[in-house]
Design a protein around this ligand. Structure first.
Ligand code: F0G
Length: 352
């Protein structure tokens, strides 16, 4: 088989690139669609469940899909600097791709609410990281205005090239399954990704690559669930800091995806998120970040409504290694310490 050359190369015919677009890639995409038998077992009824593990992208999240496109197009347009607001993952991806493309990367983050691994990434990749005493929604307002007034390209998902890149995840799911799933469960924050997936499924159906499109099932954290309640959250709060967003930029597009697909928005509590997070890691062997586990928590919450024999894909948007603090604090397991460095002492602790 040919080596994977990144998603722009693989899906070039569906993307707004030309031969002269300078492709900035870290060979993102082509992430595994992994069967999840423990989750399927919780549901029963012959339901089959897979997870799209996008935490295996180069910087550890689905943002790489959007960023290879946004940065390649920024480079094509001659940009010298990019900017984004971020709860963490966008900042890591923007910094990595911008630096690789020879550009400056400014990232604005909510101080104290970015997982440790993401902050480390943004810094080590060479991003210029500015922490505001405010939340993501405020940071997004600021960068939108900055990009209008200064020579810096906005690479949040309001940049249409981000959506173009991210829709390729839907293509990959159909390419793997040979058809679209019945349900697509996805965590929703700023609502770019649900918009992108819906675009991808619709486009693939138009092209005859699948006969149907899935019901789009979007899940938000209860403390940050504007799409569920229909109201902006001025003070969004959740342990899933990646989706700690009160006023999603792609609100209308997300509602359109939900309505056109006959899908739903539902909320999950932090406790439900953490229990799905632990189940994924300790029973499926898949370590995702808390925000990602919202897709599985949501599926389990509405499991009575999954049709018998349905195929379901849950999107796992980011890698668990991004947020080691939450992992250690909430994993219901602990390091066994203070053991004498002797075989007998170790064996005794093991219960032999
Ligand atoms: N999952 C993870 C791990 C995320 O980082 C995000 C968004 C989402 C889900 C939600 O995706 O915003 O397209 O609805 N993270 C953004 C960021 C906000 O700045 O990294 P969405």
């Amino acid at each position: 088989p040919l080596a994977w050359s990144g998603l722009i190369q693989a899906y070039r015919q569906y993307l707004p690139v030309t031969e002269s677009t300078p492709v900035v890639t870290l060979l993102e995409g082509n992430t595994p669609l992994i069967p999840a038998p423990a989750i399927a077992n919780e549901i029963g009824k012959g339901v089959r469940v897979w997870v799209k593990y996008d935490g295996l992208n180069p910087t550890g999240s689905f943002k790489d899909r959007g960023m290879t496109m946004a940065i390649s197009k920024a480079k094509e347009a001659g940009a010298k600097a990019v900017i984004c607001a971020s709860t963490g993952n966008t900042s890591a991806a923007a910094a990595a791709y911008a630096r690789r493309g020879g550009m400056r990367a400014f990232v604005i983050v909510p101080d104290g609410y970015v997982a440790l691994g993401k902050l480390a990434q943004a810094l080590v990749y060479g991003g210029e990281v500015l922490a505001i005493n405010g939340n993501f929604d405020q940071a997004l307002d600021i960068v939108r205005e900055l990009a209008q007034n200064y020579p810096v390209t906005l690479v949040n998902s309001v940049n249409p090239y981000r959506i173009e890149g991210q829709k390729t995840a839907a293509f990959e799911i159909v390419d793997n399954l040979g058809e679209a799933p019945d349900w697509l469960c996805i965590p929703v924050g700023n609502a770019g990704n649900i918009t992108a997936y819906w675009k991808g499924f619709c486009q693939y159906k138009e092209q005859g690559k699948c006969d149907r499109t899935p019901r789009m099932m979007g899940f938000q954290a209860a403390g940050a669930s504007p799409l569920v309640t229909g109201k902006v959250f001025q003070h969004p709060e959740t342990i899933a800091t990646a989706i700690r967003i009160g006023n999603p930029a792609s609100w209308e597009q997300a509602v359109a995806a939900q309505q056109e697909s006959k899908g739903e928005f539902n909320s999950v509590t932090d406790e439900e998120i953490l229990s799905a997070y632990r189940l994924l890691a300790s029973q499926e062997g898949i370590f995702c970040e808390p925000a990602s586990a919202a897709s599985v928590a949501g599926l389990l919450k509405v499991k009575d409504r999954v049709p018998a024999g349905a195929t379901v894909v849950c999107v796992l948007t980011g890698n668990g290694l991004k947020d080691p603090d939450t992992a250690i604090k909430h994993c219901n397991n602990q390091l066994i310490q203070g053991i004498e460095p002797k075989l007998e002492a170790v064996a005794e602790v093991m219960g032999f």
